[in-house]
Design a protein around this ligand. Structure first.
Ligand SMILES: *Cc1c(COP(=O)(O)O)cnc(C)c1O
Length: 477
């Protein structure tokens, strides 16, 4: 669009009305934006807001008011800067009923573990310092003895996560040699962790044996040769092969390994330290039961069924663990002080199996009874109903539903629960779900048949009121 000279002049004088950035910075200082916000950020966003006004003057014939910048300008700047500085990684209310929700950070830690982490993180610690001798020590000595006691092994160590633990074990024990794995166990875990690729990454050669559904002891035996380094078992965490299936007993595999002087190593995935059979769950063996079969080395996650921080735990025979400890990859995968602090606190709870399910949130959520869940769902129902002031637009009901363990633990187990089902007349549940997710205190729910479903299994008691507030807000959308 060609502008006439008079038009150009008018725009020029209009733009000249705008204050300079320096002037606005001065005013920002007077209004105490600094040091509340970092000065460079304030400058940057003042520039951006000014640019928006300039563009409006040029394109929309906007008239700069004499009162510019008004209170609205400063409020907007405040909001932008506050949002910019708010933590991007933040607390989320998990109403999905998926207990070990990998996308939501897996296991929430017990308060005692959080306290220990805070105590260690904010100052110096004896992370690698032996206080009795004043000399250097190894960072995981304390958790090593706890793990040995809990798993019945002679050695243990901890790395960054279980994927790292498996990679370290393969690199240290099988590089340049062959690893025998059943075709039924060539697992892919979320996030591109695949057994065939991890074996290759560890510098070893994969020798797959058997068929997808059936692998016999003789298949393993036929694959063994002078290049074989170890036999690898992998827990099929996130799927099941059902029907016409066969896998040799662990004891048989260990005996085969002994015959050829080969260690059997198992990637347990979750690895439970507590017998969950009493709670009607899985019947999967505990780590100590597995090790009692003669498994040489087992690896598992810290933040799945264990209920602790992200970590890769390795337990087993001393001479093998020593090799892993000395491998250069161990340095690259090493666990940090905050994780160690949290892990130690969590492991100590396992010393008393009678209280562990009360103390560790993941275990509490997995083992809570359905009577209690019903009570909690009814309580949530009351809280939400009160918050919505009995609005007739809101339909609420408590009904049976199903929660999941998640995190590749017990994939086939349906945990019976009672949930609060909610619908708002004239609103799609997809829109409401999105709204709940986008709040500054996000709430993650499931949608079933166009109802929003709040599963109390994964909701903490102190989060009920916030859910009430969120439902109240939804009515104003
Ligand atoms: C979860 C899982 C892993 C990966 O563990 P991370 O701690 O997430 O690294 C590896 N193997 C199996 C069998 C698993 O279930």
């Amino acid at each position: 669009m060609v502008k006439t000279d008079t038009e150009k002049k008018r725009l020029q004088s209009e733009l000249a009305q705008l204050p300079a950035v320096d002037e606005l910075l001065h005013e920002a200082l007077r209004r105490e934006f600094m040091p509340r916000f970092p000065r460079p950020l304030v400058t940057e966003h003042i520039r951006k807001l000014l640019e928006v006004v300039k563009q409006r003057v040029l394109r929309e014939n906007f008239k700069v008011k004499a009162s510019f910048p008004d209170e609205g300008f400063w409020r907007e700047l405040d909001e932008i800067l506050t949002e910019f500085l708010a933590p991007a990684l933040k607390k989320v209310i998990n109403a999905s009923g998926v207990v070990i929700h990998t996308n939501l950070g897996r296991s929430p830690l017990p308060a005692a573990a959080v306290e220990q982490i805070a105590a260690v993180a904010g100052g110096y610690s004896n992370l690698e310092y032996d206080l009795s001798t004043g000399s250097r020590s190894i960072r995981y000595v304390n958790v090593e003895s706890l793990l040995c006691r809990l798993c019945g092994t002679e050695a243990a160590m901890v790395v960054n996560n279980n994927a790292g633990a498996v990679l370290l074990a393969l690199s240290a024990l099988a590089a340049g040699r062959e690893v025998v794995v059943s075709r039924g166990e060539l697992v892919e875990i979320g996030g591109a962790f695949r057994i065939p690729e991890i074996v290759t990454q560890g510098g070893a050669v994969l020798r797959e044996v058997g068929a997808t559904n059936r692998t016999h002891l003789r298949d393993y035996e036929a694959a063994i040769n002078e290049e074989t380094a170890l036999l690898l078992k992998v827990h099929t965490s996130n799927y099941r092969i059902a029907g016409f299936t066969y896998q040799p007993e662990m004891r048989e595999l260990v005996a085969l390994g002994q015959k050829y002087d080969l260690p059997v190593i198992e990637d347990l995935g979750s690895g439970n330290l507590l017998d969950l059979k009493a709670f009607g769950l899985t019947g999967e063996p505990t780590v100590s039961e597995i090790m009692a079969n003669g498994v040489a080395l087992a690896t598992f996650s810290g933040d799945k069924l264990l209920g602790g921080p992200q970590a890769g735990i390795i337990v087993g025979r001393k001479e093998l663990v020593e090799k892993l400890k000395k491998h250069p990859l161990n340095r690259a995968l090493r666990i940090d002080k905050m994780t160690l602090a949290g892990l130690e606190a969590v492991l100590k709870f396992y010393l008393d199996p009678a209280v562990v399910t009360e103390k560790i949130p993941t275990l509490r959520m997995l083992t809570v009874g359905s009577n209690e869940l019903k009570k909690q769902a009814q309580k949530l129902h009351r809280v939400v109903k009160r918050a919505c002031l009995g609005s007739e637009k809101v339909q609420l009901q408590v009904a049976p539903s199903v929660s999941r363990a998640g995190g590749g633990a017990m994939p086939m187990v349906e945990l019976a629960t009672f949930a609060l089902f909610l619908r708002v007349q004239g609103e799609s549940s997809a829109r409401l779900e999105k709204y709940l997710r986008a709040r500054s205190r996000p709430i993650v729910v499931r949608i079933i048949d166009d109802w929003l479903v709040f599963d109390p299994r994964t909701i903490f008691a102190d989060e009920f009121a916030e859910i009430g507030r969120a439902c109240q807000e939804m009515l104003l959308l």
